[in-house]
Design a protein around this ligand. Structure first.
Ligand SMILES: Nc1ncnc2c1ncn2[C@@H]1O[C@H](COP(=O)(O)OP(=O)(O)OP(=O)(O)O)[C@@H](O)[C@H]1O
Ligand SMILES: [Mg+2]
Length: 226
């Protein structure tokens, strides 16, 4: 089976005035269908930067990212957005839900961005997924009217609503207490298993990381022995 994502020799530096910050150095990564990978690393080691680059939200200074045999580097913003919408789900470090929209509208959003998806159908799929994450009774709540764990579950539903082949999750349980973190991760794994979605998850929690198929340690922008 061909990989979903291949990253070759990814480098990222930020140049601001005289200050040059090298964040990622020569990173390679291959992700296969259905695979669950955990990335751990201390704060500032480059985890979010890497996820953003893999998801086409940011560009590397050098190196290539291939998603389903297409190179993201040569694409413009619109094309990258389409690739993301078609193949990827993204769970941000700080959920990034749209404050003025309800839970069901937030989850339906990636479907509504697609051409020719009727609003009713998008709402229906979003509702089904919100029911799966135990939020059937909170459909019309705005993010400000939800608890932290509930928001995180809305963000998971939004990432999975398009049935992506890969979910990139940046500390999906980072802001939750232990019990909620366990249940959110359990939920993510369960949905991911039914949909055969691959998962690349950043976490600070080695216990959660141990549940993945493969663990990677990022230190100062390079892979190290886990
Ligand atoms: N726009 C920028 N300009 C300069 N440096 C940046 C910029 N964005 C990020 N960095 C630096 O890159 C490094 C990696 O940041 P990143 O957000 O990827 O870390 P992280 O591993 O996700 O950390 P955390 O666990 O705290 O979320 C940090 O040292 C940060 O200061
Ligand atoms: Mg981060």
């Amino acid at each position: 089976m061909s990989p979903i994502l291949v990253a070759n020799n990814i480098n990222k530096t930020y140049d601001e005035g005289k200050i040059r910050t090298q964040v990622l150095t020569g990173l390679d990564l291959t992700i296969h269908p259905g695979e669950r990978i955990a990335i751990v690393g201390t704060s500032g080691s480059g985890k979010s930067t890497l996820l953003h680059i893999l998801g086409g939200l940011d560009t590397p200074s050098s190196g290539e990212v291939w998603l389903h045999d297409k190179c993201l580097n040569n694409m413009n913003e619109t094309q990258r957005g389409e690739m993301r919408n078609k193949h990827l789900g993204f769970i941000y470090q700080f959920h990034h839900l749209l404050a003025e929209f309800t839970a069901v509208e937030n989850v339906a959003m990636p479907l509504l961005m697609r051409p020719k998806v009727p609003t009713e159908q998008a709402r229906l799929q979003a509702t089904e997924l919100l029911e799966k994450v135990g939020l059937g009774h909170r459909l019309d709540h705005r993010p400000g009217e939800l608890s932290g764990g509930e928001r995180q579950r809305v963000a998971i539903a939004r990432a999975l609503v398009t049935k992506p082949s890969l979910v990139l999750a940046d500390e999906p349980t980072g802001n939750l207490d232990y019990d909620n973190a366990q249940s959110v991760f359990g939920l993510l794994s369960e949905l991911q298993e039914t949909l055969q979605t691959a998962l690349l998850m950043v976490t600070h929690d080695r216990n959660l990381a141990a549940l993945a198929d493969r663990q990677l340690l990022l230190r100062s922008g390079q892979w190290e022995q886990y």
